[in-house]
Design a protein around this ligand. Structure first.
Ligand SMILES: CCNc1ncnc2c1ncn2[C@@H]1O[C@H](/C=C/CNC(=O)c2cc(-c3ccc(F)cc3)cc(O)c2O)[C@@H](O)[C@H]1O
Ligand SMILES: [Mg+2]
Length: 214
């Protein structure tokens, strides 16, 4: 059967990247998306904002929803302190297989725990399976209509603490109106919008950073 876009992206990383060099993997994916095939990675512009938030938070516990090809996984993992690992959830096995290889090519496999499955099933298992008390940083980049149910699940499972930072991609395009309305109007969150553009385009998009107030 025909290859998938993530599989073609992996080939581009193996061809143009340098093994063990996360920056070269990020550049190879951005180049592929700009010159070969557009893909829904967070991209370089929003990726720089992601980098600055991760650096500012310097998290000890990290969760990503929607690994896709592992582009943002590599961006985040390369910035984590030694010994810190990030958990990333991906329910499409073909995408998960590509992401594992891209993460490994970047040399970051020891800093990443990729769990195959759906966030709705896995979030309630975080404490028992991974010994997580609360998350310092969460990156939301999965199905847009799942951002709101999943943030409520974080609250219900007691996975947020005073100061936990949630960063959400695509709050303008494709858009996550119910999520935005919730975090911007809830007294339990302090929210801030970071304007940018849809990856590799001039279309308006941005990231929403929401700090849980406890
Ligand atoms: C069921 C919800 N839980 C989930 N749990 C685990 N993994 C999940 C989940 N949802 C989706 N996934 C996975 O995350 C990935 C999906 C991400 C969804 N992202 C988008 O739809 C998206 C879409 C666009 C976009 C923007 C403009 C367009 F014209 C076309 C597309 C841009 C983006 O930056 C995006 O993030 C896939 O790998 C999917 O298998
Ligand atoms: Mg996205």
């Amino acid at each position: 059967t025909r290859s998938t876009r993530p599989q073609r992206m992996l080939k581009a990383v193996q061809k143009n990247g340098t093994k063990g060099n996360p920056e070269s993997v990020i550049s190879a994916i951005d180049y592929f998306c700009k010159h070969s095939e557009w893909a829904m990675n967070v991209g370089d512009e929003k990726g720089s904002i992601l980098d600055s938030v991760v650096t500012e938070v310097n998290p000890s516990t990290v969760l990503e929803l929607g690994t896709y090809c592992g582009y943002s996984t590599v961006r985040i993992a390369r910035l984590l302190s030694p010994g810190t690992k990030l958990i990333t959830l991906e329910f499409n096995p073909v995408n998960a297989a590509v992401a594992r290889q891209i993460i490994a090519y970047a040399g970051l496999q020891d800093k990443v725990i990729l769990v195959e499955g759906s966030s709705g099933d896995l979030i309630p298992q975080m404490k028992e399976r991974f010994g997580i008390m609360t998350f310092d940083f969460i990156f939301l980049d999965h199905w847009k209509d799942r951002y709101l149910p999943d943030i409520k699940l974080f609250e219900e499972c007691g996975l947020l603490r005073k100061g936990s930072v949630l960063l959400a991609d695509n709050v303008i395009c494709p858009g996550t109106p119910e999520y935005l309305e919730y975090v911007r109007n809830s007294p339990r969150y302090e929210s801030k919008y970071y304007p940018a553009h849809l990856e590799y385009t001039k279309v308006e998009d941005g990231l929403e950073k929401s700090v849980f107030l406890g």
